[in-house]
Write a protein of this length. Structure first.
Length: 364
C-alpha cells in the first residue's frame, strides 16, 4: 500500500489493497448522506462490478451514467448530470465517485465542483493515463466548440484511489496512450526515470505500480509548488500545445480520432524538434527519444492540415494575447517555457513529425 499525502493535494491511495483503505478513509473523512457513482457504458460493464465487490458499503450508491468518448466531454453531459443529481435530491453533503478514465474524471470533477457551488468527489481512475495524470492535480473541465478543456475549475478531489487491477480491463491501445504521459513525466523531471522508461521495449508484463507511483509523485511535487499554473506547472504541458491541437483536429476530421496520449506523443515529437532549433536540445538525444516514441506508437497513418493546426494552436488555453506558451526541453529534466515560436518554425516541426511517423514501420 502506498499513500501519498502532500500539501495542497488530495490523498492518493495506490496499491493492491486500495479499496479497503478508501473505504476506511471515507468513513473517517466524509459521511455523505447520498453517494453517487459516475460511470460510462464501458466502466459500468468492466469496472463497476469489481469496485462494488471490493467496497460492499457502496452497493446502495446511486448510479449516474454518461456516454464514453472525448466528443461527450461537453456541456450537454454536464447538464444531464446536474439534472440527475437534482432528481435524486443531492445536496452539499453528497459525494460523487468518478469511476473511469480521464474523461469521466474531467466531467465528474467539473460537475461536482459546480453543483450547489461544490460537493465532494473522489476519483477512481481506471485507465493508465488517468492514473498517472488526469485524476490528480485538481484540474477538471470540458471541451467547448471542439476546443480542448476550455471550461473548467481548479478543484481537488477528496481522494484519488489508484488500483492497477483496472489495467487488466484495457485494450493495448489504451495502455500505450497512458504510457505517453509517463514518457512526458520522465523527460521533464528526471533523467534516471527516463533511463528506466526507455528500457521498456514491450508494454506487456510491465510492473506498473512503481512507475505509476513515480509519475504521480513527479506531478504532485509540481502541482504543490504551483497549483493554479502560474509558472512551474506549465511544464506539465510538454507535448500538449501541439497535442491538444492534433486531438481537436482529429475529433473533427477522423472517424477514429486520436486518443489523448497518442496526440501528446506526436506533440512531444514536434516540440522536441522545436527544442533543438530554438534552445539547443541535443540532436542525438532528440533522435533517440523520437525513435523510442515511434517504437511504441502506431501513428503511421497520422494526417493533418498544418495551417488548421496553427489556427487551433492560437485558441489554446495557454495563449496569452497573441503568444502561445510552448514547453521545450533544454535537456532531459530541464524544461523551458517558451513564448510563441515563429510560425515557420512550427510548420517545419509539424512537417518533421508527419515525415517521421510516415517513415516508420510499426512493430511493437
Amino acid at each position: 500500500m502506498h499513500v501519498i499525502n502532500q500539501n495542497h493535494s488530495s490523498e492518493v491511495i495506490l496499491g493492491d489493497d486500495v479499496f479497503s483503505t478508501l473505504e476506511q478513509f471515507l468513513s473517517r473523512q466524509h459521511r455523505a448522506y447520498t453517494v453517487f457513482i459516475l460511470v460510462d457504458e464501458n466502466t459500468e460493464k468492466l469496472c463497476l462490478p469489481l469496485f462494488l465487490s471490493c467496497i460492499p458499503s457502496l452497493k446502495n450508491a446511486i448510479l449516474l451514467k454518461i456516454h464514453s468518448g472525448e466528443q461527450n466531454k461537453n456541456l450537454a453531459s454536464c447538464e444531464s448530470l446536474w439534472n440527475q443529481l437534482s432528481q435524486h435530491n443531492a445536496d452539499r453533503h453528497s459525494l460523487l465517485i468518478n469511476l473511469g478514465g480521464g474523461m469521466i474524471g474531467d466531467v465528474g470533477g467539473f460537475v461536482a465542483a459546480t453543483f450547489m457551488r461544490g460537493i465532494s468527489f473522489v476519483n477512481v481512475p481506471t485507465t493508465l493515463l488517468a492514473m498517472v495524470d488526469a485524476s490528480s492535480g485538481g484540474k477538471n473541465g470540458i471541451n467547448l466548440s471542439g476546443l480542448k478543456n476550455q471550461v473548467g475549475t481548479f478543484t481537488n478531489p477528496l481522494a484519488v484511489c489508484i488500483s492497477p487491477l483496472f489495467l487488466k480491463t484495457l485494450p493495448p491501445r489504451d495502455i500505450r496512450a497512458g504510457f505517453g504521459e509517463l514518457i512526458k513525466h520522465a523527460l521533464i523531471a528526471d533523467l534516471n526515470y527516463w533511463k528506466e522508461i526507455k528500457a521498456i521495449r514491450s508494454l506487456e508484463n510491465v510492473d506498473w505500480n512503481p512507475l505509476i507511483a513515480k509519475s504521480v509523485q513527479i506531478k504532485r511535487q509540481i502541482v504543490n509548488a504551483d497549483f493554479k499554473e502560474k509558472n512551474l506547472r506549465k511544464t506539465l504541458n510538454f507535448g500538449h500545445t501541439i497535442g491538444h491541437a492534433l486531438e481537436s483536429y482529429s475529433m473533427k476530421h477522423h472517424q477514429d480520432p486520436l486518443k489523448h496520449g497518442e496526440a501528446v506523443a506526436a506533440g512531444m515529437v514536434t516540440e522536441l524538434f522545436l527544442s533543438v532549433g530554438i534552445i539547443g536540445f541535443p540532436v542525438s538525444q532528440m533522435e533517440a527519444i523520437v525513435d523510442f516514441i515511434l517504437l511504441h506508437f502506431n501513428l503511421s497513418k497520422l494526417e493533418f492540415d498544418i495551417e488548421e493546426i496553427l489556427s487551433l494552436i492560437s485558441h489554446d488555453k495557454k495563449t496569452v494575447g497573441k503568444d502561445t506558451h510552448f514547453v521545450l526541453l533544454k535537456d532531459i529534466g530541464y524544461p523551458v517555457i517558451h513564448n510563441q515560436p515563429e510560425e515557420q518554425e512550427i510548420r517545419d516541426a509539424l512537417q518533421f513529425t508527419l515525415n517521421r511517423f510516415h517513415q516508420t514501420t510499426y512493430t511493437s
